[in-house]
Write a protein that binds this ligand. Sequence first.
Ligand code: SN0
Length: 316
Amino acid sequence: MRHFTSVNDIPDLKKALETAFDVKSNPSAYAHLGKGKTMVLIFFNSSLRTRLSTQKAAMNLGMNTMVLNINEDSWQLETELGVVMDGNKPEHLREAVPVIGAYCDIIGVRSFARFESREDDYGEKILSQFTDYAGVPIVSMEAAIRHPLQSFADLMTIEELKTREKPRVVLTWAPHPRALPQAVPNSFLEWMRKAGYDLVVTHPEGYELAPQFMEGLTVEYDQDKAFEGADFIYAKNWASYTHYGQILSHDRSWTVDSRKMERTDNARFMHCLPVRRNMIVTDEVIDSPASVVIREAANREWAAMAVLKMILEDNQ
Ligand code: SN0
């Protein structure tokens, strides 16, 4: 594996999962693999779990890490090609990326959807400048349309807790005060489909995800029905894809609550975090034993460690 930007970069998902569970049981077994190597983590957006878990994963492998928050610590970067740079952005990504690449062996990058243009976001305009010009492997730490490290940890969590071979996994939209990217739900569907699970998607009208991520799936617009027989409830807000970046509904009846969880088959509650309590999910549900959000977050370290281990082994 050269770059890690989606599940499609993983040659063998079953083996990758085995690697993740192996590093989880033996966190210090590979402490020399990345010795003398450096990972730079670049953030265009905020982070708590991704920053700490990815940095920790790199440290577990003996790597050095450097973190750069673009909007606070560095020059503001121009990302558009062909522009006259007479504004407030002193440096272009076209130089910044290969310069960063010159100082390290792996780059992690976080760059959310900007909601300025669906074409730019769905073309991964920022991420692809990194893969094209860095000269070193790139790990997506949530790009415009995918969050593969999150989905990998989600998959680990379900594998650990499932009680049947093909669990029924329900992705449900839930209300939120802001317009959020589709990266988490897109990626989640891609990984869950590859794992062969029984997948159900539920959301209000107008929140249909991009067709490339919905392949083979149909939407159940009735959330109550969707919850029936579920083994896992995965809640997430996202803004509209069809009315790109818009909030079309604030309907609080979509908040995941105990009454809805009772319709499931003793389902576990999942969310990538950060989560808005009593918007996405009630206190009662997230504080109940059914909630596995902390385990999910903890698994981020092992998912990231597995990814970095695979990259280090394949790019000696
Ligand atoms: C991001 C998202 O893609 O939805 C990151 C999730 C891992 N979430 C947010 O930006 C939440 C911000 C908020 O205001 O709640």
